[in-house]
Design a protein around this ligand. Sequence first.
Ligand code: IPE
Ligand code: IPE
Ligand code: MG
Length: 251
Amino acid sequence: MSLKKKIISSEIPCHVAVIMDGNGRWAKHRGLQRVLGHRSGVDAVRKLIEASAEIGIGYLTIYAFSTENWARPGMEVAALMELMIQSLNNETDALVKNNIRLRTIGDCNRLAASVRQRLAETENITAACTGLNLIVALSYGSRWEIASAAKRLAADVKNGTVDCESIDEAKFEEYLATAGIPDPDLLIRTSGEMRISNFLLWQMAYTELYITDILWPDFGKEDLFKAIIDYQNRERRFGKTSKQIEKSKIV
Ligand code: IPE
Ligand code: IPE
Ligand code: MG
């Protein structure tokens, strides 16, 4: 029996973020080049998107390439960028067909013009889609995001658009790359690493963390469902007591 049946449909996390890690180790275990791990990882991304749409997740953010990943060997970086272009070439029609809107967050200035252009095309083509919001974090780092938000906010204070006294958490969020997107309810990280790796640091203040030893290319639909069920069995207290949470459920 699929785990899907055990998911409580009224308690689906609105936003799931995923650190897709372990492609290199997956390839190494098979005596393959790391790039082949990344290639297999693309199939896992397709399954993740399908499964997320199936159960009605509103926002899915996938960490595809970090600001730190620029420091990898040039050949690997080039292969990852090529894979991104190929995937968008192959999948854009399917995104439209499945009503999926693609957006990107990250430091686009560091991307090659060909990658930027392909991303912009897919963003435009899917802009009117109203189903799953797929957010691709590419050349993304949370510290980059927060520092650039601070810079743009400071510029707006300087030019008089924003009153310094009006700055609060909500105001600051307007300057983040994720402005308008709800915070993730659930973070999934594969490959067993117990770290955040510069991903959505501000946004994950109260996100539930789920870490699995599965390497990304092996992560399938059932693994997503398992993570959702685990999430649904947790009590999110947001600093309150259990008793307060139970009371608010009854009302
Ligand atoms: C995740 O897999 C993909 C990217 C970071 C682009 P890795 O390439 O980090 O795989 P491992 O962690 O070396 O196994
Ligand atoms: C995090 O994985 C980034 C992505 C999945 C894109 P890494 O493999 O780069 O993370 P670290 O360096 O092991 O923390
Ligand atoms: Mg890794």
